[in-house]
Write a protein that binds this ligand. Structure first.
Ligand code: FNR
Length: 184
């Protein structure tokens, strides 16, 4: 297995975000064949076709340039009002344009959603699948919803053992998926 670069997109902007803590745990549990970069989305201006010129906003360009070289995509997101947080949807739109130059195209992807609530961001997780499938992102045929996330992280912000074991398996399955789609 050759090393694969994975762009990690976190759907929450807040400093103490559970989703960001989950992302760090997932990175730590993944096999060595994956190398991760968290790509920030908080500074992206709202997508507007009027400013999609030869000189688009610098933050759009920076985001596209950071995602483009990745072999695979890992989304870690909370749920806002039973759907995807607006900042994350905006990042997906920014990455999808200009038409024909989407940075998402063909990259294997996976989604982990989390919430202090019981259903673990199920709505966001499934709503996010829809644009990603549209954008030709082969999605891992496994699901991960982390409900009660406030109780699945210890005081050190590490997963409790049962969650670490479950998510370690998930990350190994994701690594195999990346190899299958992006070449081993
Ligand atoms: C929420 N939250 C929430 N939780 C949930 O399980 N389903 C939902 O639909 C929503 N909706 C929602 C909307 C908005 C605008 C906010 C701010 C929050 C609660 C949410 O899960 C909680 O705040 C998480 O802690 C957010 O994730 P991060 O920031 O910790 O990663």
């Amino acid at each position: 297995m050759s090393t694969k670069n994975i762009a990690v997109i976190v759907g929450s902007l807040r400093r103490e975000s559970f989703s960001r803590k989950v992302a760090h745990n997932l990175i730590a549990l993944a096999p060595d064949s994956l190398r991760f970069s968290i790509i920030e989305i908080g500074d992206l201006p709202l997508y507007n076709q009027d400013i999609e010129t030869d000189t688009p906003p610098a933050a759009w360009q920076r985001f596209r340039d950071e995602v483009r070289p990745a072999h695979g995509l890992l989304f870690v997101t909370p749920e806002y009002n039973r759907s995807v947080p607006g900042a994350l949807k905006n990042a997906i739109d920014v990455g999808s344009r200009p038409y024909g130059k989407s940075v998402w195209n063909g990259k294997p992807g996976a989604i982990v959603s989390c919430s202090p609530g019981a259903i673990g961001g199920f709505g966001a997780n499934h709503h996010l699948r829809q644009p990603m499938v549209f954008l030709n992102v082969p999605m891992l045929p496994r699901e991960a919803y982390l409900g009660g996330i406030d109780k699945l992280l210890g005081t050190d912000d590490k997963f409790v053992p049962e969650t670490a074991e479950f998510m370690s398996k998930y990350m190994h399955t994701f690594a195999a998926w990346v190899d299958k789609i992006a070449g081993s």
